[in-house]
Design a protein around this ligand. Sequence first.
Ligand code: ATP
Ligand code: MG
Length: 403
Amino acid sequence: MRPDRIVLRLGELTLKGRNRHRFEKQVMEQVKRVLRPFPSIAYRKEFGRIVLLTGGQDVEALMDPLRKVFGITSLSPVFASALEQEAIERTALQVMQALPAPPRTFKVNVRRANKRFPLDSQEMNRRIGGHVLRAFADLKVDVREPEVELKIELREEEALIYCSRVEGAGGFPVGSNGKAMLMLSGGIDSPVAGYLAMRQGLRLEAVHFHSYPFTSERSQQKVKDLTEKLSAYSGPIKLHMVPFTEVQTKIHQAYHKNLLITLLRRAMMRIAAKLAASSEAGAIVTGESLGQVASQTLGSMNAIGQVVQLPLIRPLVCMDKQSIIDIAESIDTYALSILPYEDCCTLFLPPSPSTNPNVNVIESIEQSMPWLEAELDEAVRRTETVWIGDDRNKTNDPFASLF
Ligand code: ATP
Ligand code: MG
């Protein structure tokens, strides 16, 4: 016996009125996106939730993509039955029998949304409970802490019966809080930062700086693969590949002491801001985490962040490394991130990078580089932009029709 419905509960209890309506519409769009490969599925929109009619489709195959849709707090595979006492009892028993192991305790929880159903919920609880108890020798009722809660919803047109509830991705639907530019390296942190930003309702574009031919094509492929992993949560992502070799080499030729890293980071940040402006992104997201490396002291973050006007979002700033790694594993980016391909930032490393760069000094060094702005613009001009994700290689904006 297969579940024939999936109930998706939509989150953010605090949402009211028009906001809730918009939120639910946006979740629905994402649900339709991830289920595009399964055209036989039908949808029923209810207050605060979506019911999927699975049309005989294997529920397991649907759960995985659905668990990546932000805005869904929990999901339940559900069995539908006709609104008749006998049919409900039979299905309830089958649901209990289909559990992976027979439970020792359970309780029945009937909700009678359909007031025309002849028996009230107390009476139904008793009858279904009795029916199940007669079929399982060692089963007992425990209303306080049952191992299994058998839920029965008496709806207008059918009864829904289930006992499992799986956690969803939570958060806000992608794009509901605007768009941001993610600075995506090949490391562990920035993909996690991107994931958290998306979960907060930001649609992402990503920018990656490479130093080809000093860094390999494989390291660029790794970033594309990471972007692909992130796109499972949002649909296709625009990835900007910035050739950083010229900028990097020129800065290094002009200055190669302890402030080099800060200068390079400021250059990256300025380019990211230029790309954000032309993409109408309202923020820049980075994977910085306080204290991790020399460039991530407060002093360094300040010196780097000062070159942009846009809000800088650093979702990991107060997280410890292990928690970041745990998320990286759960979103399946960790194994890719630890592949040992070189990063552009490992070129030309100064022997002892400054941990507390002086902004006045940095600004005067930059003033001695009158060519800098033109070099940054040239890097932007030579940036290659690709769409990564299920509709990859599209030249048109796949979201144009949605907004
Ligand atoms: P990550 O694991 O994300 O690489 P990290 O701990 O290695 O982070 P840094 O190398 O100091 O830290 O980078 C800090 C942040 O700067 C990164 O999280 C990322 O947002 C951005 N960044 C670093 N290198 C690049 C790059 N080559 N392209 C795009 N963004 C980058
Ligand atoms: Mg890094």
